[in-house]
Each structure stands twice: as C-alpha cells, then as structure tokens.
Design a protein around this ligand. Structure first.
Ligand code: 4NP
Length: 152
C-alpha cells in the first residue's frame, strides 16, 4: 500500500487539513493509502489543530477534531513513500535531516500537483486573517486531487 506524509511547520493548520482532505478524497475514490501528517517543529506537539483551522474545516464539511500534532522524525523517511511539504521552508527543514538520495527524492512541494490553483506554495495562515484558512483548503483540495490522479 502506498503511503503519504503531509508536512508543515506546526502540524496544526496546513498539514492536518491536508491529511483530512486526503482521507476524504481516497475514501470517495475507493483507494487505499496509509497517510499521516507532521510538523518540522515540536512547539505544538500533542495539541489539536488550530481552532481557526478547525472552524474553517467544519464550514467546508471536514472534521479536523481528531488530529493531534506531532513532530517529523527521521524514521518517517523509511515509513512513507511520499513526503508532501507545504512551502519552501518546510522543504529546506526536511532536506536538512538527510543526505540520502532515496530520502530526498520522496520530498516534494504539494503545490507541484495543482491543476487549477496557481499557488507556488500553501501560504502559512497562522498570522493572517480568516480568509487564509479557506485559501489553504482551496489550494489543498486542488493539489490533493492532482496528486491522487497522478499517483494512484
Ligand atoms: P502550520 O501553521 O505550519 O500550517 O501548522 C503554523 C502553526 C504554528 C506556527 C506557525 C505556523 N507557530 O509559529 O507557532
């Protein structure tokens, strides 16, 4: 079974949202993948997703209540086939954890799979307004549908 890990900075906004959208999409498509999400930082480890992200998720009919933050671990390179990061700084942070080609080639920017959205990364919504959270959902839906259609 193929496996996917979504990675952002805090694992409380973008990557848990990606995990939940991905689970919804694979269930709809009748596909089987293992998936999880993680943050490059441990600052929010053990916490629920950000309340603003949870509320935006709910308004778009996703349930973000069960996800808890965890930090990315080096062993994740062995556990996952695809490591999809949200922005360039996530990419650099993950990149710095391994020198092995087989690890690094698993890592890509999730927006590389976008078909309709023109975003080159998923913007960090943490310090922005409420609209940032809906923008995250819009970009992730497009990227995840693109990823599934390319890799299934
Ligand atoms: P995330 O958003 O990486 O999408 O989970 C952030 C969450 C927390 C912080 C920054 C970004 N922070 O600085 O605590």
């Amino acid at each position: 079974m193929k496996s996917v890990l979504f990675v952002c900075l805090g694992n409380i906004c973008r990557s848990p949202m990606a995990e939940v959208i991905f689970k919804h999409e694979i269930a709809e498509a009748g596909l089987d993948y293992t998936c999880d999400s993680a943050g490059t930082s441990a600052v929010h480890a053990g916490e629920k997703a950000d309340s603003r992200m949870r509320e935006s998720a709910k308004q778009r009919e996703y349930n973000l209540e069960e996800v808890r933050s965890r930090q990315f671990e080096k062993s994740d390179f062995d556990k996952f086939d695809f490591i999809l990061v949200m922005d360039e700084s996530n990419y650099q942070n993950i990149r710095a954890l391994s020198n092995r080609d087989e690890d690094i080639k698993k890592v890509s920017l999730i927006t590389d799979y976008c078909k309709n959205e023109s975003a080159s990364e998923v913007p960090d919504p943490y310090y922005g307004g409420e609209n940032g959270f809906f923008e995250v959902i819009d970009i992730l839906e497009d990227a995840i549908r693109g990823f599934i259609s390319e890799t299934k």
